[in-house]
Design a protein around this ligand. Sequence first.
Ligand code: FES
Ligand SMILES: [Fe+2]
Length: 430
Amino acid sequence: MARLLQGSSISSSYLVEFEKTKNIPSRNFSSYFVHRTRNPKRIRNRYRSSLAVSSSLQKEEAQALVKQFDPQIPIEEAFTPPSSWYTDPSFYSLELERVFFRGWQAVGYTEQIKHPRQYFTGRLGNIEFVVCRDDSGNIRAFHNVCRHHASLLASGNGEKSCFVCPYHGWTYGLDGRLLKATRITGIKNFKVNEMGLVPLRAAVWGPFVLINFDKGSLAQQESDTDAVGAEWLGSTKEILSSRIIESSLSFICRREYTIECNWKVFCDNYLDGGYHVPYAHKGLASGLELESYSSTVHEKVSIQRCGGDSIKSEPDFDRLGSEALYAFVYPNFMINRYGPWMDTNLAIPLGPRKCQVIFDYFLDTSLKDDKDFIERSLKDSEKVQEEDIILCEAVQRGIESPAYCSGRYAPTVETPMHHFHSLLYENLCI
Ligand code: FES
Ligand SMILES: [Fe+2]
């Protein structure tokens, strides 16, 4: 028994609890703690049925809506997707299943789980998840759902040596194993090693933590960083890692906004090639050289660039620097690099007409103690977000009006938006 406890996070009280509840002689006890590979097929099947979010009829209806957009039509002649893409519940379910529960999704950044035992939680569609760094330093992700009666297990973020369910006290290790099941004396056919948290596949790329919610992906499989980068960013991973993403920047703060609009309205607004900036963000426009605005589209990424107008900026306050770069990583992650700042925006769908946008701000380490610079920069950035929220909520209401069915693209500037809609079409068809 003493040998078992060495180097393990399992405390003796858990062992005693199991011994009591399972009523087993201690000489057989070690077998309950042998870390066996869970039955992946069984877990996958259970997961599959729980994700049957829409009936086949609803799926057919949603598929018909997908086909109302045609990515083959050149942007000059194309209509934007119909309003149903932004309002219809069956379309929304199809999106969750095909867009968000496949491939890599950004969920956080490594600083949140820098040390062993740190964790954070989140939600995407009907999936509740928890990400942590275990005692051996490995990053793990699980469904944040207790195997007893489904209570959510952890909340928010912080540091824990194990996850104790707030409902009846079942306890899980940071590696997902069930360590303690309270008051289960008399239970039969209860296999401890099959009652751990249901794992998800997690990976790290640069400063970002990603999860693959794909029901077919092997959660326990080690994720090769290069392969993850290639899958997530395609050929842009080199440009992004050399020009935009810097792991050495210091995390400054997080801002969260709940917006009464479909998540795509927020993305569309981001992807209009700077079209709305001179009309809706006069303050921001004054620090940019808008005539230099350009966009490029790649596999699953589009990059917009704009020169900064340092002549107009105050000598001791240059938030935007000489060039601003805005990278959109399909489907919902935006990475912005300007001057000494990098910020990321994650648009999380909360329903057909509601989303949450999480802004995380990172700054060049040499400025991380410059409170005045940080305060002024954040104030300017928050002003832009407030302006965008008003625009997005107004667009959602317009989309829901009977006057609107679909719109048109401004061909010379809105190529990133057309690219986004075309990727969605492809993703929803397969
Ligand atoms: S639901 Fe978690 S212990 Fe009962
Ligand atoms: Fe904007």
